[in-house]
Design a protein around this ligand. Structure first.
Ligand code: ZN
Length: 139
């Protein structure tokens, strides 16, 4: 008697990539570009705050006691780490734009479905659709 063949994986054929309309691609591009501009403005703002803190430190540190100087140094360090994380996000968005041009961006790496434009705009580094992400987090 022949063994029943294993049918468990039968329904899980690799998903053929759907195509995204060029209008949708344009929408993603616009969303990413807007996000990048936003981040750049935020970055510039942070940089000028750092410069200002630096200037403060140089000009009025004479009258400051040690605690004041310490606070200002901490503040400046926080601004710098903020600037670095913004820069990292800008890089992410720029990489996303490059991958978008190559057609390799915006697809869920688990199910192969297109990731909604809104999600990509909010999380340019998203590699999974919301459903798959939630499934993964539940594990
Ligand atoms: Zn998915």
């Amino acid at each position: 008697m022949a063994k029943p063949s294993d049918t468990r994986t039968a329904g899980r054929k690799p998903v053929a990539k759907a195509t995204r309309s060029s209008a949708e691609t344009e929408k993603i591009r616009a969303a990413l570009a807007a996000r990048r501009d936003e981040l750049r403005a935020e970055y510039d703002q942070t940089l000028s705050e750092i410069t200002e803190l630096q200037r403060d430190r140089l000009t009025d540190s004479a009258g400051d006691d040690q605690a004041d100087t310490g606070t200002k140094t901490l503040e400046r360090e926080q601004e710098i780490s903020l600037a670095n994380s913004i820069l990292e996000r800008i890089t992410q968005v720029e990489r996303a734009l490059e991958r978008l041009d190559e057609g390799g961006y915006g697809w869920c790496e688990r199910c192969g479905n297109p990731i909604p434009v809104e999600r990509l705009a909010a999380f340019p580094s998203a590699t999974q659709c919301v459903t798959c992400k939630q499934l993964e987090e539940r594990r």
